[in-house]
Design a protein. Sequence first.
Length: 441
Amino acid sequence: MTNNKNKTIPIMDKAAASVKKSVSGLYDFLSSFCYIWWLEMKSTVKDEGVLIFFLLVPLAYPLLYSWIYNNEVVRDVPVAIVDLSHSAASREFIRSFDASPDVRAAYYCNNLQEAKDLVGHQAVKGVLYFPENFDRALGRGEQAHVGVYCDMSLMLTYKAIYQTAQTVALELNSERLKHKSFSFTERDEEINTEPLAVDAEAIFNTTGGYGNAILPGVLILILQQTLLLGIGLSAGTARENNRFQDLVPIGKHYNGILRIVLGKSFCYFMIYCVMAAYVTMAVPYFFGFTMLAHASDLFWLLLPYLLAVIFFGMTVSCLVRYRENVMLLVVFTSVPLLFLTGASWPQSNIPGYWQGFSWLIPSTFGVRGYLRIASMGGTLDDILPEVRTLWIQAVIYFTTTCFVYRFQIINARKHAIAHYEMIQNKIKKAREEKVQKENKG
């Protein structure tokens, strides 16, 4: 029995030592993780540039953008009328045109040059032009023309003028066709002039404005761009403060890849959980934009989206050598990335190679998923392809981030060793010179 006990004691000691080592390793990991997280949070608060992109811009920019698009449609757009026909048909067209809530006949001009001068002075936003042969062409059964000239500097005014003129022309055209349909009853006239009755009702964008159409995609893109700018600025600051221009300093807390990546990313994730909730839920509520998403569906979309953007930004940050570089890398891409999402440009018209490039960017699937659940009333099942793609991106970019920081750790150690060897060589050389002087003396 004594021999059995003697054999058992070393085994128990090994198990206890293994458990103690595991606990010690876990403690070191958590200690380094918390230290890196706290250091990153402190540098975020102290760095004015990072603070602006992480807090001020996500708070203020959506409000400014939403305020600009708050009036989604324009009313009483001033238009100059040039009526060279002076006929009953042209006056009827003008009355119907002026009766629309979107436009108003502000000026009556004798020629087109007077109307152009008014447009040049911004007194009107468009011109409605009736040629001399307008009534004559209608009387002969020929095709008559009405000229519509619009100021293209603002799409809302162009839309109001052009659509109103088109609607009035279609209504007057159907009324004139009734007299030539040779029908016996009013019902026959309706069928001959309008064989297919169309009642258009907006399903998703009920206001027909640019705010409900564009703003949801812009809000999601703001989250990505500000995160990339903040992470890039933080990386540039870290390199500028480092003696060897390395992204990772030398220290006992920076001797592991996971603790560095998770510590930094957890800091960014904590901040942007609040920012994402504010941007995607509070801002649409403030300005009355369409918001049909449930909180749970929004959570499962934003969770992989934020992780994918954070790790994507940490991967790209390895290219940032100075703080100013991130502005050149990120800012100019905002408009192209918005087009690539398909929110403001038809996805079917985007070339294949550009669509392939858009799959690398988290905002592509984040914007599409958010539009489906916020503007179209979709559920989590409807955006599963986008959610799965975002999770795949998060995993891929997490892996690339680990590789980037592994490379940075190796470089930092090489630079530290080279610096240490240089100092040792200087000390050795100084000693040799001292010995030589003493020997000569």
